[in-house]
Design a binder for this molecule. Structure first.
Ligand code: EPZ
Length: 420
């Protein structure tokens, strides 16, 4: 079993390169199923979820090969519409293949997705959107089967701007004869990246970046070459690490615009953040002040739920009392009892966490239960001069590329050990 050993207490200094966005490359890999000739994707992170998506593509009959940060996908031939549990259950974004396969083949049979245990994580919004386009969908506790003689025009209004449901609706709509309007669509930058990829492959989609998308279906897509956007959540995670530990770090190949909500909060907590050309520099040369208001997670452009755990870890020693309210997922505080082992003072009242300042954090043996929570444990451990250990780091491997190496390059004492 892999165990992370962390001994913190030192400020972080230097530069770190931000990788391509996990939550962008995953739907784009699924979207490659719609392209009748090869696609070349640059700036792809080397993470387990991407490996899982490539295995799904290969199972479907596509060629998917990686060379460094570039992945080539050839979906000229797709010879099955089925994704078994051992592949679908590895991550949440396997569900995005549903819309793509249904659009390409007229049928799809997927075991239910896996992913972080953040709550029920139903797929009802995905299914409802497909049904409105004429798909017949049967759901069982194990799998979802969809068929569509011919997907047709529709005006779909999502009750909630679900990222995954928006992505599935877009991909299915490309198989419709006519146009599909998606109202209350998610506006996350990863949706914009998916649309930009599809447009580069010949798709006719308007409203990008807004809550109302119009997809003109019926045109087969061709291959394309595309560069994945920077990972705004990896950016947020590193900003929170420096804020919590102190230091002066420049993040390369990233931008402020897609992390604006996180930057504004950290600046109010007395970090200095300056943007350069594709860079973000953060200086935290004094003890943080607690955030004055309540940090409330919300759909983009609000404060991202994926930054909730890293931000909480950054604020553990911040002078005063910080409040964080999680509104997107009903069970996204797994990191709280673990951070308390470090000596953090965190009270939970429903979906709101109240973080009271502590002067010092001590070492602890912690266990991670989800991807972003795992990052929070790393950030917490980096604030203690004592040694901490973290198990459950398979979660980190799903979404952070080269994390230990990148943190060591900033002066962190962090290493991965293999124990029996
Ligand atoms: C995507 O998950 C991201 N994952 C998540 O990132 C992210 O936290 C989330 O969007 C919100 O931004 C990927 O892109 C692979 P949702 P997704 O559908 O699509 C409810 C990470 O750490 N809902 O926007 O699953 C759902 O239960 C991961 O990188 C329904 O009720 O998120 C949740 O409460 C974690 N029915 C809320 O909507 C549905 O059919 C938001 O879910 C779908 C969703």
């Amino acid at each position: 079993m892999e165990v992370l050993s962390v001994r913190g207490g030192a400020p972080l200094r230097g530069t770190a390169v931000i990788h391509g966005a996990k939550n962008s490359v995953l739907p784009i890999l699924a979207a490659c199923v719609l392209c009748r000739s090869p696609c070349v994707l640059h700036h792809c992170p080397n993470i387990d979820d991407v490996h899982s998506a490539m295995r799904i593509l290969q199972y479907l009959g596509c060629r998917a090969e990686r060379s460094g940060g570039t992945i080539c996908v050839d979906a000229t031939y797709v010879d099955t519409c089925r994704i078994p549990q051992e592949l679908a259950g590895t991550m949440r974004s396997s569900i995005i293949f549903l819309g793509a396969i249904l659009s390409r083949l007229g049928c799809a049979e997927l075991a239910l997705p896996g992913g972080c245990p953040l709550g029920a994580r139903p797929i009802n919004l995905h299914i409802e959107a497909l049904r409105q386009m004429g798909a017949v969908c049967d759901c069982s506790p194990e799998c979802v089967c969809c068929s569509a003689g011919a997907l047709h025009e529709a005006v779909i209004t999502l009750p909630f701007p679900s990222v995954g449901a928006t992505e599935n609706a877009i991909l299915a709509a490309l198989g419709c004869a006519g146009s599909v309007e998606i109202q209350n669509a998610a506006r996350e930058p990863e949706i914009t990246d998916l649309v930009r990829f599809l447009q580069s492959a010949g798709a006719k989609i308007s409203g990008v970046g807004t809550a109302k998308l119009t997809v003109c279906g019926g045109t087969p897509l061709h291959g394309t070459t595309y560069t994945i956007m920077p990972d705004r959540i990896e950016t947020a995670s590193f900003l929170c690490a420096v804020a919590g530990c102190g230091g002066d770090v420049t993040l390369l190949r990233t931008q402020r615009a897609t992390s604006e909500a996180v930057c504004q909060i950290l600046e109010q907590c007395e970090c200095q953040i300056t943007e350069g050309c594709d860079t973000l520099r953060i200086c935290a040369d004094r003890r943080l002040r607690a955030y004055a208001g309540t940090i409330v997670t919300a759909p983009y452009p609000g404060f991202p739920t994926d930054a909730q755990a890293p931000m909480m870890a950054a604020l553990l020693r911040a002078e005063g009392e910080s409040r964080i309210c999680e509104t997107i997922f009903e069970n996204r505080f797994h990191h709280v009892p673990q951070l308390r082992k470090l000596g953090a003072d965190i009270a939970l009242c429903g979906q709101t966490a109240c973080v009271r300042a502590v002067e010092h954090l001590h070492g602890a043996a912690m266990h991670a239960e989800d991807l972003r929570g795992a990052m929070a444990l790393v950030i917490g451990a980096l604030q203690s001069e004592e040694e901490s250990t973290i198990t459950g780091i398979k979660h980190l491997r799903r979404g952070y590329d080269n994390l230990e190496e990148n943190l060591r390059a900033l002066g962190a004492d962090i290493k991965c050990m293999e124990i029996c």
